[in-house]
Ligand binder design. Sequence first.
Ligand code: FEO
Ligand code: CA
Ligand code: CA
Ligand code: CA
Length: 583
Amino acid sequence: LAEDLPPNKLLGFKGIAASTADEVVIAPGYRAEVLISWGEPLVEGAAAFDPQGNNSAADQEKQFGDNNDGMSFFPIDDNHGVMAINNEYVNEQYLFAHGGSKATSLEDVRKSQAAHGVSIVAVKRAGDSQRWEVERPSRYNRRITANTEMQFSGPAAGHALLQTAADPTGRKVLGTFGNCANGKTPWGTYLTCEENFDTYFGTHQADYKTTADQKRYTLKVSEPERNWPDYDERFDVAKNPNEFNRHGWIVEIDPMNPTSTPIKHTALGRFKHENAAVTVAKDGRLVVYMGDDERGEHIYKYVSKGVVDVANPANNRSLLDEGTLYVAQFDGDAGGTPLKGTGRWIALEFGKNGLTPENGFRDEAEVLIFARKAAAQVGATKMDRPEWIAVNPHDGRAYCTLTNNSKRGEEGMPLNAANPRPNNVYGQIIRWDEGGDATAASFTWDIYALCGNPIAHPEGVNRGTPNITADNTFNSPDGLGFDKSGRLWILTDGKYSNKGDYAGQGNNQMLVGDPLSGEIRRFMVGPKSCELTGITFTPDYKTMFVNVQHPGEEGDSHFPNNSPRPRSSVLMITREDGGVIGA
Ligand code: FEO
Ligand code: CA
Ligand code: CA
Ligand code: CA
């Protein structure tokens, strides 16, 4: 169908068919190659990767982490750069030599912790081509793990709720994990976002009573998804209840300074942070849009007090510590037109909008530590799992993937204008327009794509908006990013059964949307049972990096290169003619 449309100046490639193959399939004229895979030696002295899972925890601390997700490219010069790459979680059945889904020793837990966090990877141009390769050794190569020492900053730093026996100051914290997606500041630092941190905590203490505040962050103590508390008391909530409050933040890392201490910025609130879409408002203030990925959770915006000073980076240090956190309310269109409306940002400030001691908030730190509770208190809209947000560099409109929501329409989660479908299996991409001022208190919004499947549902709400066709159908948009020209890159993390509601959609995929015409074309498809996620470019936009995450999570992949155990990998995408990607 794409070929029947008039030529699109923005989308210069030929869209491809869906695929269920255990390989990467990409648009004609493009090349996708592996840059680095889980377990590759990174830091000096690292052991070689053992494909049977026999590397130790100490080995893994020096190797590239697992399940690479969000990432950013930081240029040094035309031929050198540094990449910061999140390692969100692990695939235990491949990480451990025993092949089980649970850690069976402290050594297993330490290996898992070492495979989490962030990998800082130096890269250099390969000859005079658009291809790049990992630089080893390099002083920049670094692993940040679930045990790396970090600092708290901002209004909640030092608060009683962040103090533990190991850290009575409430200012020093160990590690980051559940690092989903990311952001990049104008002063050249990396933001990594802590998402599903709750799944690492639990206790065997039979009479332990989960508090309301823990429940608000979906803590399930008896069977945590990752059994770290069985061997590491830090994650036992009966023994260390406040450790739970020390995760779920946005962490700033300076990738250019290998000895720098990462900073957890409490002013940006604590929730299941997906990514951090950073922009500079016309008055120079820093604005960060953030989604909280859980069914019925919210979209947030942070506005700094001071303005960005690119000439003097030292002046930017307080921008992520002093500012206001807002949460979004989406209302329907006054005239009743579906899929559009108006909205406003509500400040989460202690003492305002009902965020008072009577309602359970004793100070600003509690508003930030329990941002979800504060958002509900002020009447924020319950969304269909907000994942990534990306800002169009040409008009400042922000786009957010609402990936899906099986509970929409059930009790406590009624339909609303921005989340209009019951049992939302396909998801939607919403966008808002603040009239060119990212600090604005109100906005208009519309749905860029109501995802659907015209193959399975030729009619009705599950068909999707007209820009969804039998040729580009997909479910569960997740990763999102704009390039310099304004192409909207969409990555999916959805169902890949290729049956029923998902017939004809194949494996997870990456597509490109034209923000103005609405046209969407499929650019690439991943191998079996993976998610495609993470997106970054070199400054000339002639090399793109995308992640294949958890290939073969269903046990059915040998990606890459017929690997005995499948491995999450960073892909490098170039054009055979050396041109700009997507053009
Ligand atoms: Fe880690 Fe919401 O994805
Ligand atoms: Ca992911
Ligand atoms: Ca995601
Ligand atoms: Ca997802």
